[in-house]
Design a protein around this ligand. Structure first.
Ligand code: N0T
Length: 512
């Protein structure tokens, strides 16, 4: 809810080092080119507390002011003790002080790169800076006008081992699993109903304990931060492979400690002040993306995709993610700082990078609050073209949609069995459709490089149907539909065909 109504984050995330007043010059043009309504950007502990106890929020002040000038909302990312597991963003006075800010310890008893989630001074200092930041936000943006959400830490966890083996961690590991965790997280293997982590969770004890260690730490930050200024808060995750079988952590098969899908329940139990565990999508395969979305969208965990690759092959997932009623989505590394995220993302950091996302966000923007309302009401659905490029169906109320790809706009493929030619622009998967069922027989359909057909289902099953009206157009800023062209004849006889330019159709269908 933003300004009292549902809101969908049509976002972008800036590069990690774009968090300075001077750097913002290269951020806004990209935000504008993508037609984003929200910018996600870091606020680093090292920059706001360069000297212990002396806070400097001049960057945050400039950022909020410039965001207002650009009419863009902000999601601020608190880079504290863990940024992609490392303490890189801790202030210099903290990150090298192993005594006061203890590092995790390996099985041989040696400190490693990663801060221990059991460092009491680490938690105190990180929390103090975070609370100072939230206190500043309350003064600066009291009405939740510009800053709408806060991410706590970034992709927490540890690369090289399953948990902390330091003395404090060892002592905690030998304690009984907290009842709140027991109540939510069942063991994947036969284990005791209660007892120590090892007794209950067997071979998963280390990594579950590690997740709990981070969850209880971020809970302390979120609880204290929200006590001074209550903004929604989330944590993000460097995903494990959603299609690989679940096996205990071994040799870096995933990053333990963070909110991977299998430990969301542990985060829910230990961090009630964190609203969402959110997936950072960098595995481009369509089957993995679909699985990630399934795993992270739950009745107790709203779907939000705070990061996604920024190469063109990811753009089609906007339809799927927005169609699923997500709170929002943001491709990562969208600004014009000349630093490419290839091979994780796009090779370029220019307009060509922004365009595939901008084309889609541009058509959602004028109806962003309507889409958010429909999503909130559970009326929206979406598909992205799969790597297999096969047709997909969408179950609607009393209708079924079939979305197919690489179709010509005229006729059916079966009529031209010898045709080898394929439509221009469809060399790689880039199609998608998002659909909102606004009434029993009315739909708003947005799409690109796809064909959609509707057939009766439920009470309409088996009945013949015809398009009543198919209008191409747009919603004006006030939510009023403006028709630009009435589609009929060839434009509706073979389904509704979208080419590369995303379009919005307002459709009524009826049975006879
Ligand atoms: C993401 C981003 C940024 C072989 C990567 C993804 C962002 C962080 N990390 O550009 O660093 O701050 O949240 C890690 C994905 C690793 C995948 C390796 C595939």
């Amino acid at each position: 809810m933003v300004d009292g109504a549902p809101f969908t984050i049509l976002g972008v995330q800036a590069h990690n080092s774009s968090n300075s007043v001077a750097a913002l010059k290269q951020v806004w043009p990209a935000v504008m080119d993508v037609h984003a309504n929200t910018l996600e950007i870091p606020v680093a502990w090292e920059q706001v507390e360069p000297v212990e106890g002396k806070f400097d929020f001049s960057y945050v002040d400039a950022l909020v002011k410039q965001a207002r000038q650009h009419k863009v909302r902000l999601v601020l990312l608190w880079f504290g003790a863990w940024k992609n597991t490392t303490p890189q963003y801790m202030p210099g006075w903290a990150k090298f002080d192993n005594q006061r800010f203890p590092r995790m310890v390996d099985k041989a008893g040696k400190p490693i790169y990663c801060m221990s989630p059991f460092g009491e001074e680490t938690l105190k200092a990180d929390r103090k800076a975070f609370v100072a930041f939230m206190t500043h936000l309350r003064k600066l943006d009291e009405d939740h006008r510009t800053v709408i959400m806060v991410q706590v830490e970034n992709e927490m966890g540890t690369y090289s081992q399953a948990r902390d083996y330091g003395a404090k961690a060892e002592a905690a590991f030998r304690q009984a699993v907290p009842p709140a965790v027991l109540a939510r997280k069942k063991s994947p293997v036969p284990g005791a109903a209660s007892g120590t982590w090892s007794e209950v969770y067997g071979p998963y004890a280390d990594e579950y304990f590690h997740a709990w260690s981070f969850a209880r730490y971020v809970e302390e930050l979120a609880k204290a931060g929200r006590a001074v200024y209550n903004l929604p808060m989330y944590v993000n995750n460097n995903l494990r492979d959603p299609l690989a079988p679940i096996v205990p952590w071994k040799n870096e098969n995933f990053v333990p400690g963070g909110p991977t899908y299998d430990v969301i329940d542990i985060y829910k139990a230990a961090a009630p002040h964190i609203d969402i565990a959110a997936p950072d999508i960098y595995q481009p395969e369509s089957a993995k993306v679909a699985a990630d979305l399934d795993l992270f969208q739950r009745p107790d965990n709203a779907l939000m995709v705070p990061e996604m690759g920024n190469s063109a092959n990811y753009a089609r997932y906007l339809y799927q993610i927005l169609g699923r009623g997500s709170l929002g989505v943001a491709p990562f590394g969208i600004d014009y700082f000349d630093y490419s995220n290839f091979p994780l993302g796009a090779k370029g950091t220019d307009k060509a990078m922004a365009e595939p996302f901008g084309n889609i966000m541009a058509v959602f923007r004028p109806m962003e609050r309507l889409w958010a309302k429909w999503a909130f009401e559970g009326r929206t659905h979406g598909v992205a073209e799969s790597d297999e490029r096969t047709p997909q169906t969408i179950a609607l109320k009393n209708w079924k949609a079939t979305v197919s790809f690489r179709e010509w706009q005229f006729g059916e493929k079966t009529w031209f069995p010898d045709l080898k030619d394929t439509p221009a622009g469809t060399e790689t998967p880039n199609g998608g459709v998002a659909i909102a069922q606004t009434g029993d027989n009315t739909f708003i359909i947005v799409g690109q490089y796809a064909r959609i057909k509707l057939d009766g289902d439920g009470v309409n099953a088996g009945k013949p149907s015809l398009w009543d009206r198919v209008e191409e157009g747009h919603f004006d800023g006030a939510g009023k539909w403006v028709m630009e062209r009435l589609w009929n004849g060839d434009q509706v006889d073979y389904g509704l065909n979208f080419k590369g330019k995303p379009l919005v159709l307002k459709v009524t269908i009826a049975t006879y």
